[in-house]
Design a protein around this ligand. Structure first.
Ligand code: DP6
Length: 334
């Protein structure tokens, strides 16, 4: 073995969502997006760099599993492809093999950005494998992560609260931190309602946005919402922030549901719980929901409501498990 590299990278929850690619090869989005890195939803990757160029292996240990399983399917193919992309992007020849062990602290492909944490971790590990980790800027590392195909992976590179500017071309479509994790003590509780993997990938979904009659309207709406949410965030106006976060999640899901073919990521349980969040709010607990491409719900709240939110959802009959997150730093070596 030449060397062993260990990295850890968070998943992120988007407050302004990325949905739709204007360039599917370069993974360029239609709009800016904005997210928070999650402290307890992460991927840990151990990458062994091997002399034998022929060895290209991936082992994955999923949420609540006790051992690693060899993956010889789509995930390995994506990783191999990504090595090729990195080789071109970093302008360095890859003359080694690899064995990757990847461990997830949360269910994958269930709308909790598992590919974002995975590919941001792989991007960082590759820079070390190619002895580029000191030379590459954070901006270029986030571009590399974006090029993996999982665009939201670029937002898992910088720390804390992260903005992905859509950019005009590949070289200025990157993510940067707008505030460190310590800036605002807000929380994200993931309610696991199902660990089933989604049947249609985000990648396929992104390609069909223009078939929704509401997509153009969403983009017009977003111009205003993006400005408002950035201001509410910087002023720490939680009520305005939370309302915009919910509005944004619904806007993205309306587009998903009105694409052709329609994408229904919500389940009956999701809607039940959304309604309960509204009732809780009426009763004085300030909690807001958001969700990505999956039925699991994310709840956003402040320290003052932490105990009430935890108590309410801890023994909820529809909730299989919950993961409490605070804002986190981005991808790093461990
Ligand atoms: C719905 O193409 O980054 O989560 O590769 O499945 O992780 P995966 O997804 P990606 O798109 C995910 C978009 C989203 C919204 C968001 O995170 O902005």
């Amino acid at each position: 073995m030449i060397k062993k590299i260990k990295v850890k990278s968070p998943a992120n929850i988007a407050f302004i969502k990325y949905w739709g690619q204007r360039d599917k090869k370069l993974i360029l989005p239609y709009n800016d997006s904005f997210s928070m890195n999650l402290s307890n939803c992460y991927t840990e990757v151990k990458m062994e760099i091997l002399e034998d160029e022929g060895i290209k292996e991936l082992y994955i240990k999923d949420y609540q599993k006790t051992s690693f399983e060899k993956n010889e399917g789509e995930a390995l193919e994506k990783v191999k492809k990504f090595f090729g992309i990195a080789e071109k992007f970093l302008k360095k020849k890859i003359k080694f093999g690899f064995r990757i062990y990847s461990l997830n602290s949360f269910p994958k492909k269930a709308g909790i950005a598992s590919s974002a944490s995975f590919f941001s971790a792989i991007a960082l590990a590759i820079t070390n494998a190619l002895e580029m980790e000191r030379k590459i800027s954070q901006k270029n590392l986030s571009i590399l992560a974006r090029l993996s195909g999982s665009g939201s992976a670029c937002r898992s590179i910088p720390d804390g609260f992260v903005w992905w500017q859509k950019g005009k071309e590949s070289s200025d479509s990157f993510a940067y931190s707008i505030a460190p994790a310590s800036f605002w003590k807000i929380f994200d509780m993931v309610l696991i309602l199902s660990t089933d993997e989604k049947k249609i990938s985000s990648f396929e979904g992104h390609q069909k946005v223009l078939t929704s009659p509401f997509f153009k309207l969403r983009l017009t709406d977003l111009r205003k919402r993006i400005k408002m949410i950035r201001r509410a965030f910087l002023k720490k106006d939680f009520t305005l922030f939370g309302n915009l976060v919910e509005e944004e999640a619904l806007s993205m899901h309306f587009v998903m549901m009105t694409q052709k073919p329609p994408l229904f990521y919500w389940s009956g349980k999701t809607i039940e719980l959304m309604k309960e969040v509204l009732t809780l709010r009426k009763n004085g607990v300030e909690v807001y929901f958001t969700l990505d491409a999956g039925e699991n719900l994310h709840l956003i709240y402040q320290k003052k409501d932490e105990l009430k939110v935890k108590k309410y959802f801890k023994s909820h009959p529809l909730v299989i498990d919950l993961i409490n997150n605070s804002p986190s730093i981005g991808a790093r070596f461990i």
